[in-house]
Write a protein that binds this ligand. Sequence first.
Ligand SMILES: [Zn+2]
Length: 126
Amino acid sequence: VTAKQREHFRKLLVERLTDIVRTVQGDVRELSQSELIGQDGPGDEGDESTHTLMQDTRVRFAEVDAQRAQLIEAALARIRAGTYGECVDCGGPIELGRLEAVPWAVRCVDCQEAYEFDARDRSPSL
Ligand SMILES: [Zn+2]
């Protein structure tokens, strides 16, 4: 990738990271509000289970966001180190179209497919 492309992807990554941080902060605010409402008094059982279910879903989303934020931060570190756009497995260039779709990608399409195939292959034997 050229310096200009690096700058383009850096901006893209920073935007995505800002989005995630904003979403998570919004979630945390909502969560503490609903927790305060829950403390006001005991609701009926139906309310209680819906409440738990919603919290559960939020926590799962937050986990996905946290993982993605880590990937984005790692990609930004690679931009700083000058290794951004290089496949971690074969060292070859990651396709630009792939980086546009997944700016935090660490593998080229071929290596990613091989990696996912390996992961799929391994799990049933456990
Ligand atoms: Zn590769």
